[in-house]
Design a protein around this ligand. Structure first.
Ligand SMILES: O=C(O)CCC(=O)C(=O)O
Length: 304
């Protein structure tokens, strides 16, 4: 029996990941799913949740609001999607995308953040370019053969057929280059080296936090919608929750989803997340034979 039945990157995708620093998966979501998630974004917009708090909080921090801008085509940036619908939980390890994430990152990974973004139509936003993970990740770059510390799956829910229509914009290969910090050299979606990607609703872009990327302006009349799911190595802190993921989310999860959300199967102790649980690979790969072969861990507290 084959132990690992998860899909892996093709040779071409592996080369694209290593050299360009991103992969585009066409048709990762079906048209029905695109319609469903697009409607969910419109629904969530009118519900309370976390939105960026520019001007009232430090850079990149979010605040709890009653709802986002009620204009459906306008900007929205909602964090922590899992409480809004079971479908957002199921998307955590959707096989056709998650399998490839595991192939890229290895099995010692966790889920770190969910986000729904609408890039508003004709709202004057010029776009911007950045690396993810804030100031810290910007200091760390990978090599061609390194697994990333953290990466994103970005699901496109709107067709993007032309430049400056809210395109996801990348600097290919920049995951291995140092990010310019001086104002005059700041990269942007129109500078040499920037590539504004096209795509169809349902496509998914995979990219590491270290890649220079960001949105282009959106000169259309419509909002460009996306869902973003972030994954990181387990030794890194996640950033949608404080200490633990709430039990009301965990109880809706499969064992693999629970593990991605930090449930190690035992109480936290120093050392947890540093070396991962013995069944980590079996749980992530959903390998029943491997799970059965594992002895229960010896976790009784020692007498001192
Ligand atoms: O909205 C986009 O196109 C880019 C999103 C982005 O920059 C990010 O996920 O960090």
């Amino acid at each position: 029996m084959k132990n690992n039945t998860m899909a892996t990157l093709t040779d071409l995708q592996r080369e694209q990941w290593a050299v360009d620093g991103f992969i585009q998966l066409e048709g990762a979501l079906s048209p029905e799913e695109v319609e469903f998630f697009s409607a969910q974004i419109d629904r969530i917009r009118m519900l309370p949740g976390y939105e960026p708090a520019r001007g009232t909080m430090p850079l990149g921090h979010y605040d709890w609001v009653d709802h986002a801008n009620p204009d459906m085509g306008s900007f929205m940036d909602r964090r922590d999607l899992l409480p809004y619908h079971q479908a957002f939980i199921d998307l955590l390890d959707r096989p056709n995308v998650f399998d490839l994430i595991v192939d890229i990152m290895g099995p010692y990974l966790q889920f770190s953040m969910s986000q729904a973004i609408v890039r508003g139509g004709k709202d004057g936003f010029p776009g911007y370019t950045h690396t993810d993970g804030g100031q810290g990740q910007r200091l760390v770059r990978v090599t061609e053969t390194s697994a990333p510390i953290a990466m994103k799956a970005m699901y496109l829910l709107t067709d993007v057929n032309d430049v400056d229509t809210g395109n996801f914009t990348v600097y290919p290969g920049s995951h291995m280059r140092s990010f310019p910090t001086t104002e005059e050299r700041a990269p942007n979606p129109h500078a040499p080296g920037a590539v504004q990607l096209m795509g169809k609703a349902g496509d998914c872009y995979l990219f590491p936090h270290a890649l220079w990327h960001g949105p282009a302006p959106n000169h259309t009349d419509n909002g460009r919608k996306t869902l973003l799911y972030n994954y990181s190595q387990m030794f890194v802190r996640w950033y949608d929750y404080g200490a633990v993921v709430p039990e009301e989310i965990l109880e809706k999860c499969t064992p693999r989803q629970r593990r991605l959300l930090g449930d190690l199967g035992y109480e936290f102790r120093p050392g947890s997340y540093f070396y991962v649980p013995e069944d980590q690979e079996a749980i992530i790969m959903q390998n029943q034979a491997l799970q059965n072969s594992l002895q229960p861990p010896h976790l009784e507290p020692q007498n001192t």
